[in-house]
Structure formats: C-alpha cells, structure tokens
Design a protein around this ligand. Structure first.
Ligand code: C2R
Length: 202
C-alpha cells in the first residue's frame, strides 16, 4: 500500500530503526513482534489510507503496537459489528476509526465497545469533509466519539491521543510524549528566532 507520510512539524521522536510492523512485514527478518496490538486502526476504505498514514506513522514512531484494517459499517456491517464487539476481548485498548462522507464507522464502533473510540473525519471532494466531521462528531449522548480535526493533522492527533490514553499506565510511553512536547517547544523557539531575525533584517 502506498504511503504518504507527513507530519506538520517534524517534531516527533526519532524514528526507530526496527519498528514493530516493519519487522512483521519483512519476510527475510527472523525477528517477530510478539506484542499484542493495543490500538485498532480501522478505516472505511483504502482510499482513506493516504490520510490515515499520518496516524499509523505516529503510532510506529511511538512504538505502539497496532493493527490496521478496512472495515465499513455500511458495506460490511456484520464485520464491523463483530470487530467492535470483540475488540476489548482481543486486548485492544483504543480504537481509531477513520471514514469519509456519511462517516458512521466511528459511531458504530463506539456503540459496540466501551473502549475509547477516536474518530478521524476524512476530507471529501464534494463537501470538504464537513460531512465526515459532522457525522463523526455529532454523536448522541451516551455514546462518545473523541473526534479530531479533518485531515492529516487530525490523523496524527488521533495517534497522539491514543498514546496519551495508553501512557496513563505506561511510563516509558509517557517519557516519549514528554520528549515529543519538548521537541515541539524547541521548534517553536527556533521559528520565533527566525521570524524576529527576518523582521530585524528585512
Ligand atoms: P471508496 O473510496 O471506497 O468509494 O470510499 C470511506 O471511509 C471513504 O472515505 C469512499 C468513502 O466512503 C467511506 N465509508 C464510510 C463508511 N464506509 C466507507 N464512511 C462507514 O461505514 O462509515
């Protein structure tokens, strides 16, 4: 699957050379990642992947084991039902669901599990993603979906939010999040210095 990876600021921790999913995908490697995936990343279609890639890359950079798959609440309702209702039993701790248009996937996931569900609204050609945003965020009381922004920043934030949830009981992950924030602060300080320099010396 083609990947378009981009982070808004390049502020994430350095890439690890050996990443969980890479090891799995490399048929020549003898290393096997035996960790159970903690985050389920579901998307309504593979056409969502260019945006979801930012989420996946962020999970990988934080070394969070995940499983990604295409499931549609509309097109494969039985699968969606089975996946969501067994997700907790399988050991997942967070579900991230990305969908565009009549984006009911995250809501359906949330209706069938008590795991925290994070929704990524995918930008659409017709309505710019407002359709995805509203159908993801406007859940009825009782069934929450933590909805992030439309697009890649939202996809990255979905992974960060999942990391923050997992970091409640994982100090190593918490340290990585702190390092990420520190790198972001340094980057902003650099930007500020550059801007002031530019204004002082036009
Ligand atoms: P195709 O590109 O496959 O036609 O999909 C997908 O997330 C995608 O953005 C077009 C769009 O349909 C969305 N889709 C949903 C759901 N299933 C697919 N919104 C759902 O169950 O919510």
């Amino acid at each position: 699957m083609a990947r378009r990876i981009k982070s808004p600021d390049d502020d994430k921790p350095k890439k690890k050379k050996k990443r969980a999913t890479k090891r799995k995908a490399d048929s020549t490697s003898t290393e096997v990642d035996v960790r159970k995936p903690l985050v389920a990343v579901v998307m309504g279609s593979d056409s969502d992947y260019p945006v979801v890639a930012s989420c996946i890359e962020t999970l990988e950079e934080f070394d969070i084991p995940y499983e990604a798959r295409v499931i549609s609440a509309h097109r494969t309702p039985e699968k969606a039902h089975k996946f969501a209702s067994t997700a907790r039993l399988k050991g997942f701790q967070v579900v991230i669901a990305a969908a565009g248009g009549a984006a009911h996937l995250a809501g359906v996931m949330a209706s069938l599990t008590t795991l925290p569900v994070i929704g990524i609204p995918i930008q659409t050609a017709t309505l710019g993603g407002a359709d995805s945003l509203y159908s993801t965020v406007q859940m009825p009381g009782g069934v929450p979906v933590a909805t992030v922004a439309i697009g890649e920043a939202g996809a990255m934030n979905a992974a960060l939010l999942a990391a923050e949830i997992l970091a409640l009981s994982d100090e190593t992950l918490h340290d990585r999040l702190q390092a990420f924030r520190a790198a972001m602060r340094r980057k902003v300080a650099q930007k500020n210095a550059r801007l002031r320099e530019m204004i002082a010396n036009p």
